[in-house]
Design a protein around this ligand. Sequence first.
Ligand code: DC
Length: 233
Amino acid sequence: MTKKLITIAIDGFSSSGKSTMAKVLAKNIGYAYIDSGAMYRAVTLYCLDNGLINDAGEVNLPALEAAIGDIKISFGVNAETGATETYLNGENVEGKIRDMRVSGKVSTVAAIPFVRRELVKQQQAMGRDKGIVMDGRDIGTTVFPDAEMKVFVNASAETRAQRRYDELVAKGDTTVTYESVLENVKQRDHLDTTREESPLRRADDAVELDNSHMSREEQNKWMIDLYEKIATR
Ligand code: DC
């Protein structure tokens, strides 16, 4: 049976595993995958590298607003691994945007209204032709409110911190502690759910998935089953 080309919005808390699930789904069904969090991370990296944010997390708003039009974020596929990687003004920043230096400041930058307006505009342009899986915090509520498939992924803060910690250790980070990651996860949950502009919340028509006790295979199957149901309707 032929399938409809649809838009898929996957939202949820940080380290809920939503990006992994979104990536696998996109690959399985031949859709483009966009990690919207990577875009907020890239803007944060730009702020850090250009002295627009201090250690206390205060952002030089006029300078950032003047620069925002010059911050070009794009995605490219790594020919060796097949993974989508993030570029900031032509430089591959995939590694840099995942470290704790960026993670510690990204919620502050993501709460700035003009940053959100600019990135949402770019995200909507990327999804104009459908056939896209985008993950983030406000995809089903703000970026693509009309998406045919919306999933809200959740898991306990402890489960999510353990996942992020394992990821960082696997990447060779020898200084990180589980406690500091848990603290960062909780702090970001708080900032993400309480900010004024597009706070993280489940869209009324999103399907909720708590994957605390699910294996990757189970999650991937759950996603593809839901997609099949929606796209063949
Ligand atoms: O998914 P992530 O951890 O890479 O996201 C990084 C930060 O960006 C996180 O603190 C929330 C924010 N974010 C957002 O506000 N809106 C999105 N659509 C995606 C991410």
